[in-house]
Design a protein around this ligand. Sequence first.
Ligand SMILES: [Fe+2]
Ligand SMILES: [Fe+2]
Length: 201
Amino acid sequence: MFLSHDDVDHYGNVDVVMELCPNATLITSWFMTERLTGELNVAPTRWRWLGDGEQLDLGDRIVTALRPPLYDSPTTRGLFDHRTGVYWASDCYATPVTTGTAFVEELDPEAWASGLTVFAQWNSPWATMVDPAAYATACRRIEELPLHAIAGCHGPTIEASNLRQAHELLRAVPTAVAPPQPGQELLDQIVAAMTGAPTAA
Ligand SMILES: [Fe+2]
Ligand SMILES: [Fe+2]
């Protein structure tokens, strides 16, 4: 099992899965072990540390841990599967959807573009401060893989026909303008809808 980073939406059920799969190995890293101390109950004999850029032979395929250009935890690494050409991007290349959607091709192109941009800037707000050349290098590291598809944790899969646009959208994130996040007014509306209380004018 590959653990991309130490956010609870990614590691929340690791203990249960490892218990149900007694022969499984948890592929993670030193830094993640540090940050998850006290959170997980997995014996050190079942960990395998795989750092950024390192390869692992799984028997039927080689995988490489590669940090995506954008992320929300310093432990983050994606995983490239050399056999299928699929890159698991963790939180990167994500876009919110209103209903179950398998592939970005099914989305309205403008909704995909704005969704990817907003998710990326909100999840990695430091992107607006990056050095453009260094960021381009980080993007190229993924773009130049023999990619068949990009999958991630927060959005539909990006197939070959949409990869070029995905790369263009991600490259533009640092200079794109994202809308502000919802504030107290929205919470007031949610609470009012739940309780029937009137909202402030
Ligand atoms: Fe995350
Ligand atoms: Fe996440």
